[in-house]
Design a protein around this ligand. Structure first.
Ligand code: SAM
Length: 285
C-alpha cells in the first residue's frame, strides 16, 4: 500500500470516518521523494532510536521503522491511533504514544529505549512549530539531531545570519544550540490538503559544545529578547528593555564589547550577544 498516495488518505478517511483537523495542522505528505529525503538526511542507523513528532497516518514512521532499532511516534490525535496501528501493523519496533509532544518527556523516552543514539524527525504542525523546537532545545533533549519540516518562513528565520531581514531571536537561539543544515524546500502542492504556504526541511544537529562561552545563559537570552524586542531601535535604546540597567551601563557595556551603540540587534553575531550578556552577568556578580 502506498501510504503517501492521496487515494490512500481518502480510503483511510472513509474506512475510519476520519476527519482531517485543521487546528491540529494535519497536512499529510504525499510525495515519496520528500519522504525519502527526510529519512535519508536523518542518517538513521540500525542502532538508533527515532522519535517522530506527529506521525499522521505514518508515512515517515513506516520508513523509519525499516531503518531504526526502535521508533517512538508521539501523536496527539486519538482518532489517528487505530489508523496507525493498522498502517504500521507489520513492524514490531514501533511504539505509539497518544500524547501532546509538549507534555511528553522525550529524555525519559530516550532513556527507556536502551538505544545509544536518538534522532528526532517530524513534519511539524504549523500552529506550534516554534514552541516545539524551543521546548526541545531549552529542555536539553539528548538527541543527536532534529530533522523537521516547517513553514518555509520559519526555516528562513532559523537559518539566517546577521544583517538579513529574517535574522532574529529565533535564529540566534537555534544557532546557539544547533548547527543548522538546509535540507530541502518543499512546495505546498505535495501535501493533502495543501496548506497556504510553502515548507522547508532543516536538520538541526545538537552541538556537543556551545559556540560561545557564557557566564549566565539566562542573561544571554534576556539580552537577545531585549535587543530584538525593539529591533528598529539602536542597541543603546533597545538594551534598556533589560529593565534593570542604566543608559550609562549600556554605553559602558557596548564600549567594552567594541560594539557601536548605533548598531541594531539584527546586525549582531552570536559572539557579540555573548559579550554583551557576559558584561551584565559580571556586573551582577
Ligand atoms: N507526519 C505526517 C505526514 O508527514 O504526513 C503528519 C504531519 S501533520 C503536518 C502534523 C501531525 O502532528 C498531525 O498528525 C497532528 O495530529 C500531529 N500533532 C499536532 N499537534 C501535535 C502535538 N502537540 N503533539 C503531537 N502531535 C501533534
Amino acid at each position: 500500500m502506498k501510504l503517501y498516495a492521496p487515494s490512500t488518505i481518502r480510503d483511510i478517511k472513509e474506512k475510519y470516518g476520519f476527519k482531517l483537523s485543521k487546528s491540529l495542522g494535519q497536512n499529510f505528505l504525499t510525495d515519496k521523494n520528500i519522504i525519502d529525503k527526510i529519512i535519508d538526511e536523518t542518517e538513521i542507523t540500525e542502532d538508533d532510536l527515532v522519535i517522530e513528532i506527529g506521525p499522521g497516518i505514518g508515512v515517515l514512521t513506516a520508513e523509519a521503522c525499516q531503518r531504526a532499532k526502535k521508533v517512538v511516534a508521539v501523536e496527539i490525535d486519538k482518532n489517528l491511533i487505530p489508523i496507525l496501528q493498522e498502517t504500521l501493523g507489520e513492524y514490531d519496533n514501533i511504539e505509539i504514544i497518544n500524547q501532546d509532544v509538549l507534555k511528553t518527556d522525550l529524555n525519559e523516552v530516550i532513556d527507556k529505549s536502551g538505544c545509544r543514539r536518538a534522532k528526532i524527525i517530524g513534519n511539524l504542525p504549523y500552529y506550534i512549530t516554534t514552541p516545539i523546537i524551543m521546548a526541545l532545545l531549552e529542555g536539553g533533549v539528548r538527541a543527536d539531531s532534529i530533522t523537521i519540516m516547517m513553514q518555509k518562513e520559519v526555516a528562513d528565520r532559523i537559518k539566517s545570519g546577521p544583517g538579513t531581514k529574517a535574522y532574529g531571536a529565533l535564529s540566534v537561539a537555534v544557532q546557539y544550540y544547533c548547527i543548522v543544515k538546509n535540507v530541502a524546500t518543499v512546495p505546498k502542492e505535495v501535501f493533502f490538503p495543501a496548506p497556504k504556504v510553502d515548507s522547508a526541511v532543516l536538520r538541526l544537529d545538537l552541538r556537543e559544545e556551545k559556540p560561545v562561552d557564557l557566564i549566565d545563559e539566562k542573561m544571554f537570552f534576556r539580552c537577545i529578547k531585549a535587543g530584538f524586542g525593539q529591533r528598529r531601535k539602536t542597541l543603546s535604546n533597545s538594551l534598556m528593555g533589560l529593565g534593570d540597567v542604566t543608559k550609562e551601563e549600556v554605553k559602558e557595556c557596548l564600549d567594552y564589547s567594541g560594539i557601536d551603540e548605533k548598531r541594531r540587534a539584527e546586525t549582531l553575531s552570536l559572539q557579540e550577544f555573548a559579550s554583551i550578556a557576559n558584561y551584565f552577568s559580571k556586573r551582577d556578580k
